[in-house]
Design a protein around this ligand. Sequence first.
Ligand code: NAP
Length: 246
Amino acid sequence: MRQFGLIGRKLGHSFSAKYFAEKFEREGLSSDCSYLLYELPEIERVEEFIASTPSLAGFNVTIPYKQQIIPYLDDLSDEARDIGAVNCVKILSDGRRVGYNTDVVGVRSSLESLLGDVAVESALILGTGGASQAVRYVLAERGIGYKIVSRDKERGDVTYDELTSEVVAASKLIVNCSPVGMYPAVEQAPVIDYGALSDGHFLFDLVYNPEITRFMEFGAAQGAHTLSGLDMLYAQAEAAWKIWNE
Ligand SMILES: NC(=O)c1ccc[n+]([C@@H]2O[C@H](COP(=O)([O-])OP(=O)(O)OC[C@H]3O[C@@H](n4cnc5c(N)ncnc54)[C@H](OP(=O)(O)O)[C@@H]3O)[C@@H](O)[C@H]2O)c1
């Protein structure tokens, strides 16, 4: 039996647990693999968790431990090191623990499907948390310049109040890396001038519940192309599965 799982502080209704349970069932792996949720009140408890789970082959990491897990690992992928956050850990046969960032894989594949061959020069990234770091990494990889929009002047390049319609009009890719619009606050949307959008705009919402957010609806009403965070969620889960089986 190979065991996988998710560590975080409060796990509630985890997408990953449902995703892997269904995957194992569908692919006839249920007798060999299981995926369990491990709520850890503090990251120090990760040692106890690993020691008491001898068949553990890998696990995902979520809020608030994506950075805090790093001192407990033996090695990091280049991407996880550059971004400074880990959401996937692989346990090698000799017990060494390697950290990866599969959000990057998810952002990469989502942007490929959203943008296709279209060359975008400048983007806006809304929010400055862990997901924002992964998006910055992929935009830099693709040579897309970006401005970071934050509620706090210290954290970003521009605040929502300072964001002019001209900048919104000129930024053909806008990525929502904030939780605004996420269930249950589904009526909310990031505060930008949606009237400045056109059919030349691409809006990527990392929020995946609901699948169609207000941000996407307001963009689509102006003719913009939109993508939900659901594709990214599937892509990062599959990337973790690939890493655990390599
Ligand atoms: N689809 C996927 O696979 C996937 C993967 C990872 C994350 N996500 C989603 O992406 C979102 C961000 O995740 P995260 O891990 O980066 O979260 P996080 O670390 O908590 O960061 C979220 C950022 O959003 C901004 N923010 C928070 N509350 C806000 C509010 N009320 N109004 C405006 N801005 C606000 C903050 O930036 P400022 O304080 O600088 O404004 C904060 O740094 C979440 O909804 C998460 O579910 C999706």
